[in-house]
Design a protein around this ligand. Structure first.
Ligand code: U5P
Length: 296
């Protein structure tokens, strides 16, 4: 419980004393390279917001809604307004081939939305793959002047609970909800040595979800540039990584360890039952009919 105590010397933030003995013991909350793994109960939301708010940060949020995926925008944006980085400046960049179908959603003060037209495609794999390139060029053109941090998110998702400043870091990744109980040799990494996304069976830290990555704009810029280059190199060799950009992201993060890792609370799937370590689902992928929403 936090109270602001207004005394003559100005306001003071009163909060629970931190302890190094008392806290969550059912989950690991730090990686072996000492990056925090963010779980409910490992941070004090008001305290952490109080640190970041005075910095007057702008958080860029990219989201692709190509083809029929525009239908997911309304829920995505409405729930983001309720739960995502509330009280911060947020600039949404919506990439779509159907600008007229972008819904008008009431945005809170300090929050903006830009629609950026991108080509459609007949192959969903290509839409997914081209995201890295488009994010890279949009950072070059405008985002690096307009924001401090960036999050790149999947549109077929909804926010259900707070996603706040506890998620900010230099390079931020999220643990995929489907594989955190598995051993690394069963992760769906790219396993063909011919691909630049190749990961050996005895390597790998976690399986990260491609539905979210983020961090400082310049760190994400480098990530997108490298992944795009490797994707194009693979294409030149007629190879497409098993899970397109997710495979390249996992390869990149193996070599460039994230400075903050978000627990699966930050990337759940509506079709997956909640597990005991997940105390709160903050963001999750909606159930969709692939045959109906994808171009083919
Ligand atoms: N996407 C589209 N249109 C498509 C396929 C994918 O916009 O036809 C974008 C969406 O942002 C989606 C993301 O959230 O790529 C990942 O695609 P999927 O793996 O969820 O289908």
């Amino acid at each position: 419980q936090i109270t602001i105590d207004e005394d003559q010397k100005g306001s003071r933030l009163l909060y629970k004393q931190p302890s190094i003995l008392d806290g969550r013991t059912d989950v690991v909350s730090v990686t072996p390279w000492l990056a925090p793994i963010v779980w409910e109960g490992t941070f004090d939301p008001v305290l952490i917001d109080n640190i970041y708010k005075p910095m007057n940060l702008t958080i860029a949020t990219t989201v692709f809604a190509v083809g029929k995926y525009v239908r997911f925008l309304q829920d995505f944006l409405e729930t983001a307004e309720k739960h995502f980085m509330v009280g911060f400046n947020v600039h949404y960049y919506v990439f779509t081939d159907r600008p007229h179908d972008v819904p008008s959603v009431n945005l809170a003060q300090g929050r903006h939305l830009s629609v950026i037209q991108v080509p459609g495609s007949n192959r969903w794999q290509e839409i997914s793959a081209r995201r890295m390139e488009i994010i890279q060029t949009t950072i070059e053109r405008q985002i690096r002047r307009e924001a401090d941090y960036i999050f790149c998110l999947d549109v077929d998702s909804k926010f259900h609970a707070r996603w706040g400043s506890e998620s900010l870091g230099r390079l931020v990744a999220v643990i995929h909800p489907g594989y955190y109980e598995e051993t690394r040799d069963s992760f769906p990494y790219e396993r063909r040595p011919a691909s630049t996304a190749y990961i050996r069976m005895d390597e790998g830290d976690y399986y990260y979800g491609g539905a979210m990555f983020g961090g400082f704009v310049e760190d994400v810029y480098t990530l997108t540039k490298v992944c795009r280059k490797r994707f194009e190199e693979d294409a030149g060799n007629s190879i497409e990584a098993a899970w397109q950009e997710e495979s390249h992201l996992n390869r990149y993060l193996l070599d460039n360890k994230p400075s903050k890792v978000l627990s699966p609370e930050y990337l759940w799937q509506d079709l997956k039952a909640k597990t005991k370590e997940v105390k709160v689902i903050r963001f999750s992928g909606v159930i969709k009919n692939y045959a109906e929403v994808r171009p083919n």
